[in-house]
Design a protein around this ligand. Structure first.
Ligand code: C5P
Length: 426
């Protein structure tokens, strides 16, 4: 197999992340968070509260980040550590943010390195609450969270609902998983015009056309390309609706996912989500045909050949032509096994697209069921851009880079929540 290009490193690469760790059992997950961010190329400065050290050691963080983990406001030889870390940070994340930390932050306490740094920084702050569900539901914690969520530049990410530590019943208070927090930090780093608040519609995955209750006609699409696009658009600040055929993938963080099965269900879901969408990216591998009849019970074998009559499915992308938002950027995909550019160019015209993403599944590292893709982008002006073999996540980034200047001036929606200017890295 070809060497696998790395996961997307934008927007984390070379960015400074201060990871504040407060004293909760979820702190063990923060080691993985620090490791994931470091792998994405971020420079992670960990700051532990004194109670965090009861759960996890500074050494664990140093081992995964390759950088000093900080514990004290009064480090020898660096009296302005809190100011330096606060100033250099591109984003500050507190994970876990305990009930005590939230109370301190809400009221502006500055008794240790982490809380002092929170007052001193101008970077966006992402708080990831984690605590027992009774503590989370407590009226005081809720009041603190309300204050913090309203604060410009602050984002409260989570908590999730799930099993609690100490054998408690389920409830809200579980810290988000490290991969989800990574995405929230990505959005804090990358969101900005023209994407912030922009309604974006993405289709992904295969469709399944039932023959009987257990069998279907389908294809090998994994959904990975469309999911990567949906995630990348959300990271840039978009309000993303993902209409997905059946896949094994988790819903992208922050994205509204609508799961459908057949082409006709996908068509109905697209029709519903289309009004107002400013960018439409159809990455789904829609089955072109469906069985003319679906049997109500399982078809039995009787030794004789079995014929399936197929009828054409609607072309969802073509059908959208009448109801597209004026000025919307519409992007299609074309999977071609010959004459890539000619065939994709014809589809660009027939389907009235602004851009088409063409690829040949027979090329190594391309197409279905792989993490990578080699694509060619074609536009209405006849420009073709051949991209190298990249991870699907990086293809998604390049595609959005290409779409960005095509988004009309009216597409510049409201700024990201919170008033602080966001630096962007692309
Ligand atoms: O014509 P072809 O299937 O190659 O076109 C691919 C493009 O059209 C993709 O963007 C795909 O999502 C879309 N499509 C569709 N409905 C179909 C077939 C394809 O929306 N029935």
């Amino acid at each position: 197999m070809a060497s696998r290009p790395l996961t997307p490193r934008r927007p984390w690469e070379d960015r400074r992340v201060v990871l504040g760790v407060a004293g909760g059992i979820a702190a063990y997950k923060s080691v993985e968070l620090a490791r994931n961010l470091t792998r994405l190329g971020a420079q992670v400065d960990v700051v532990l509260t004194s109670s965090a050290k009861e759960f996890v050691t500074p050494l664990s963080f140093e081992a995964v980040t390759g950088r000093a983990a900080h514990q004290s406001l009064f480090s020898a030889g660096d009296s302005a550590l809190h100011i330096r870390l606060a100033r250099e940070a591109d984003v500050v994340c507190v994970a876990p943010a305990t009930a005590n930390l939230l109370a301190e932050a809400a009221h502006g306490f500055a008794g240790d390195l982490l809380t002092t740094l929170l007052l001193a920084t101008e970077a966006p702050v992402v708080l990831c609450p984690a605590m027992n569900h009774h503590m989370f539901r407590h009226v005081q914690t809720q009041a603190n969270l309300e204050v913090l969520a309203r604060r410009p530049g602050y984002l409260v990410a989570g908590p999730a609902t799930g099993a609690m530590a100490y054998g408690e019943e389920e409830g809200p208070g579980r810290m988000l998983e490290p991969e989800e927090i990574v995405e929230h930090l990505g959005r804090a780093l990358a969101a900005g015009p023209p994407w912030s608040g922009l309604p974006v519609l993405v289709t992904a995955g295969p469709t399944r056309e039932p023959l009987d209750p257990v069998r279907f006609v389908g294809n090998r699409s994994s959904g990975r390309m469309g999911y990567a696009i949906a995630q990348a658009a959300w990271r840039r600040g978009a309000a993303v609706t993902l209409i997905s055929g059946p896949t094994a993938l988790d819903a992208p963080v922050g994205v509204e996912r609508v799961v459908v099965e057949t082409a006709r269900e996908m068509q109905a879901a697209v029709a519903k989500a289309l009004p107002g969408s400013r960018v439409v990216i159809m990455a789904a591998a829609v089955a072109d045909f469906r069985p003319a009849a679906t049997e109500a019970s399982k078809i039995k074998r009787n030794g004789a050949p079995f014929e399936i009559v197929l009828e054409a499915n609607p072309d969802i992308l073509v059908e959208t032509r009448r109801s597209r938002t004026p000025g919307a950027v519409v992007v299609g995909f074309a999977l071609e096994t010959g004459d890539l550019v000619t065939n994709a160019g014809a589809k660009l015209k027939d389907k009235a697209l602004d851009l088409i993403v063409a690829n040949d599944p027979r090329e190594e590292g391309s197409g279905f069921e792989v993490e990578t893709n080699r694509v060619t982008l074609l536009d209405q002006e006849g420009n073709t851009e051949e991209l190298p073999l990249l991870s699907k996540a990086e293809v998604a980034e390049r595609l959005l880079d290409r779409i960005e200047p095509m988004i009309g001036a009216t597409g510049a929606a409201s700024r990201t929540k919170g008033g602080r200017p966001r630096s962007r890295s692309r």
